[in-house]
Write a protein that binds this ligand. Sequence first.
Ligand code: UD1
Length: 419
Amino acid sequence: MQKLVINGGIPLDGEMPLYGAKNSALPLLAASLLCGEETVLENCPRLTDVFAACRILTHTGCRCTMQEHTVSVRADAIVRSEIPESLMQEMRSSIVFLGALLGRTGACQVYYPGGCELGPRPIDLHLEALGRMGVQIVRQEGRLECSAPNGLHGAQIHLKFPSVGATENVMLAAVLAKGETVLCNAAREPEICDLADFLRKCGARISGDGESTIRIQGVSALKGCVHRIRPDRIAGLTYLCAGAITGGMVKLCGTSGVQMENVLPVLEQAGCRIDRTEHAVYLRAPRRLRAVSRLRTMPHPGFPTDVQAIMMAVMTLAKGVSVFEENIFENRYRHVDGLVQMGAEICVSGRVAVVSGVQELYGARVAATDLRGGAALVLAGLAARGTTEVRQIHHIDRGYEEMEQVLKGAGACISRRAQ
Ligand code: UD1
């Protein structure tokens, strides 16, 4: 067990690197199962969730190697289409292997990924959509036996909610299915477009990604490709917010900020100056941030739920009252206790959190309860007076590669220690 120890109060000043998106890397690794030739993913973040996805690939018989930030996968000899419960539980997003395994072998056995820190994690939309493509599903306790006795076929599918994971599973199952799949009310997140770009490079026929209706014409086989994973917009926004909360000046390298357009105006509204170039985003924070108007989390292109906790940390020190409304996950305010322990004034009622900005936060011993909530506590620690210890940082390591090194590079006083 490890913890992060932060001596707060230092305005960040410096450059921060950005790697590929976790939420792209995981479905892309699953997609590599569909290819008859080697696939190479560049700019792959070194995260515990990525390592878990590689273990799943290896378990199925793929040869999967990671060197620095490049992963190579050879899926020419799949020997297993079942994923044991222990591997499914290692990472909640393991469910995205369902569509890929079905697309590749026409049958698979997996386990429910179970609930998670953010509340229940149902997969009814995934299963309903795959059912329309000819997949028969037998549920036995936590186990799902899936098969398509007559092969997978294209279908007209309407998702009741634009679920990211369900959209990815349908895409993965449909690229090698017979005929056309039309997916309505699909998720529009940039990571969906990244997956579609990768699949197209491998020979898939997909159009409409990034819009509400995605059309997929099944093909008989996919070849390999080399693909560079898009920068992680959520990690990038986290680091920009670290600059904002500390009253600092930072340069985020490796992105033009094009996929951050639903959040950068919020930072500007708070008084930050943002400048963008083709390869970097610059942020200069004001002496004191201002509260922002009500932030409602929504599916893309709305305000991302993954940035809610992080922006809340920033607003704890802003002048005025900010209101957050969490509309995607039931249980996504677990970071509030830690922030309050550090002196924040936050009142939660159902899906609404009201933050009254304070002049100062104080260092405290707190624990990460989930990935983004953990990042929010680190940000608060960077701005707080005194020393903050953030425990349970395995949550943070799921989605941020060596966060403390990135922050140290911009002048933060932060170190990783045994808990
Ligand atoms: C993905 C992201 C996660 C992000 C989330 C929402 C990855 C690896 N993770 O998660 O970081 O926070 O999108 O942007 O890409 N739902 C159902 N039934 C289903 C599926 C989903 O009710 O079958 C509900 C969920 O409980 C949740 C909401 O829909 O309340 C959104 O879930 P979804 O878009 O599927 O998120 P994930 O793909 O799990």
